[in-house]
Ligand binder design. Structure first.
Ligand code: ATP
Length: 358
């Protein structure tokens, strides 16, 4: 098990722009860390620098205390799998999977056993004699995953390894990756833009935007205590609702909403009042008939099916709010409703920089 440290790691491809901007990240031995963020935020570049495929413009990377910043991939004990990681076309799948073991000098019988074990677990036993061109993209991806995970390197590095698979396969393989990582204890850095995947896999989620780390915390903490508005909106589907307004004397008043509403004492920020942004996740917005004495009234303008639940988009004098309700709940497009914001779900943010307020 290995510890990975990034200190002030920076990458600039073109003068004046930073793809990765002074990233400090310490990944504990055996930890599963997921880099999450929108396209172009610097996740892949960060991973490639840890892999040794990209040279940092500044900063330092160590694996188990050894400075590997300027070392190539072969000089660091990493196993990687990328979304479009090519298999060797002239090898069969079995030979592809066995290749890293062969390079490590593992003898033939053990190689065959280990290949069969990982192939069985991934449901690709029948693919072993075939060559990559005879497989679908999803199957090739599973073979690439098997090839990375048949070995126990110091660090696994994975960049969207489930990108080409359908939802059912993704869920299955998420489970496989997590089980395999837990049983081997190999330190893992994993890149995705899919928040559900991140939440399912990670010990710690690192949310990035514009080359910087915005928050690094366990999944539930990122969801429940987002460091700022960006994280609050990016994580969660639908994301957090925001209402801009003013807090005075325990009442929160939003621009177009007359007297505003009284906030429960437990939900007030410690810094007092003034201009603030109230944030609340859709599951804490409770819906009732218009006759209820809720916090604000509005009209349902959209009804989004989320499978086991629905997201109702409600236009109110405070702006549009989304409420997440059980699939069978009443409330349809066009209905007038009353909304209550549950005190335990209220978070506060700075209206300027968007930082979360305690
Ligand atoms: P995605 O999820 O789309 O892969 P990402 O978060 O992994 O995005 P990166 O691929 O790391 O982001 O890219 C970060 C920034 O660096 C982007 O602005 C991208 O255009 C730029 N970039 C990445 N690779 C290169 C390159 N080889 N040459 C020039 N610019 C690059």
């Amino acid at each position: 098990m290995s510890r990975v440290e990034l200190t002030g790691v920076t990458k600039s491809y073109t003068a004046g722009t930073l793809a990765v901007d002074r990233v400090d990240l310490s990944i504990g031995s055996g930890e599963f860390v997921v880099l999450l963020g929108p396209s172009g935020c610097g996740k892949t570049t960060t991973l490639r620098m840890v892999a040794g495929l990209e040279l940092p413009s500044g900063g330092k990377i160590t694996i188990d205390g050894e400075d590997v910043t300027r070392k190539g991939p072969a000089e660091r004990d990493v196993g990687f799998v990328f979304q479009f990681y090519a298999l060797y076309p002239h090898f069969t799948c079995a030979e592809n999977i066995a290749f890293p073991l062969e390079c490590a000098g593992v003898e033939r019988r053990e190689r065959a056993e280990r290949v069969a074990r990982v192939a069985l677990r991934l449901g690709i036993l029948d693919l072993l004699p075939r060559r990559p061109r005879e497989l679908s993209g999803g199957d090739q991806q599973r073979v690439a995953l098997a090839r990375a995970m048949v070995r126990k390197p110091a660090v696994y590095l994975m960049d969207e390894p489930l990108g080409t698979l359908d939802a059912e396969r993704r869920a299955e393989l998420c489970e496989f990756i997590r089980e395999q990582q837990l049983s081997t204890g190999v330190t893992t850095l994993y890149v995705t833009h899919d928040q559900e995947e991140a939440m399912r896999l990670a010990d710690r989620v690192v949310v990035m935007s514009a080359g910087k780390i915005l928050q690094a915390a366990p999944p539930l903490e990122v969801y429940d205590q987002p460091a700022n508005r960006f994280v609050a909106h990016f994580v969660g589907s639908p994301g957090m609702n925001f209402v801009e307004g003013e807090l005075a004397g325990g009442r929160f008043r939003s621009g177009h909403y007359g007297e505003g509403f009284a906030c429960a004492p437990g939900s007030l920020p410690s810094g007092g009042g003034g201009r603030l942004v109230l944030g609340i996740r859709p599951e804490f917005v409770k819906l009732g008939p218009a006759s209820d004495s809720g916090h604000v009234r509005g009209r349902i303008v959209a009804d989004e099916d989320l499978g086991s639940s629905r997201a109702l988009h409600v236009d109110t004098p405070c702006g549009r709010l989304v409420a997440r309700v059980a699939a069978e709940s009443p409330g349809r497009r066009g209905d007038e409703v009353s909304l209550t914001l549950e005190a335990r779900g209220i978070r506060w943010f700075d209206p300027g920089d968007g930082a979360s307020l305690p």
